[in-house]
Design a protein around this ligand. Sequence first.
Ligand code: GLA
Length: 378
Amino acid sequence: MASIARTFEELYGRKPEVLAEAPGRVNLIGEHIDYSEGFVLPFAIADRAYAAIAARKDGLVRIASHQRKEKIFTIDINDVKPGSKGDWEKYVLGVIWTLGISTGVDILVDGTVPSGAGLSSSAALECSVAVALNTLFELGKSKEDLARATQKAENDYVGMPCGIMDQSVSLMAQAGAALLLDCRDLSTESIPFNVADAGLELLIIDTQAHHALVDGGYAERRASCESVAAKLNIPSMRHLTLESLEANRDKLTETEFIRARHAVTEIARVLDAVTALRASDFVTLGKLINASHISLRDDYTVSCPELDVAVDASLEAGAMGARMVGGGFGGSAIALIKASDVQKTREAVSEAFESQGFKKPRFFTSLPSAGASANLLN
Ligand code: GLA
């Protein structure tokens, strides 16, 4: 944080007014159901995005990143609207746009969330900028408002039709806990998630795979769910039970049916996972994590060979549960394992990847950490 303030000063010739940060996330369970008004159970990781920011009087927006600080992106605030220029800067511009900012700003961002690893580096970036702007301009927005605004930035400015999970957890997470989020009304409950006390560890395996299908595949899954809801005349998958789905099977295509089945069963698995966590029943949690992966792989078809190999190798090495996390088609998997099995699991996954000719996987662990925050500097 100190270094981002220093770099800001070197770059823009004055001190930042606000320093902010927001974490990436891992989703324990509840995948591809946030846009179906489901329940999800993510937690914030220690890796985060950082933003340093100060207002300008001339209506210019300048954006730079700590990694490539020689390149300052400049745009007039009046040109900050969907379709504007910008590459990754659009994540920042989108937030400026959805929050209705009409004043120029200098922004420097930095981050440690690996990008492309399915750990929501983009939501972390959006949320760090959102809390920074909220503080700088005293917008008085709640975390729910900011979650909706940052999701809209990604949907309408960046063009990715994501749900609301990643932004919500980045803003609302509590240290030491997973966040049970009801995506229908954004109400939350902190569910203590302390694997270390049980002698366990949650290993995060970045497969380093990023398949071209990502964006189109995601939008297509989301469209399927919306089509099921329209055909069955219900607001979302949240209103479906396995019985009502079976009873209406003839109204749906086979693909719609199996995708809806994923949504219905995954929502139930999240609630069962909460019960298991409350009872410190990690055996049941592991089984639910496994069932989630199978459903994502076979019904929702968003897994990929690298994710399946990471999951299978972890289970063979003794993991209690393993599954892909995030949107899928690459990115990361998680494995719930005995702390004493960490090394063995890493080796098993690495060997399996090598024998398949995949890129070398990367491994992380993280305790559940706190959500976004911003500080006004004097
Ligand atoms: C991505 C999206 C989220 C969510 C997950 C799948 O991370 O950004 O909104 O839909 O995929 O659970």
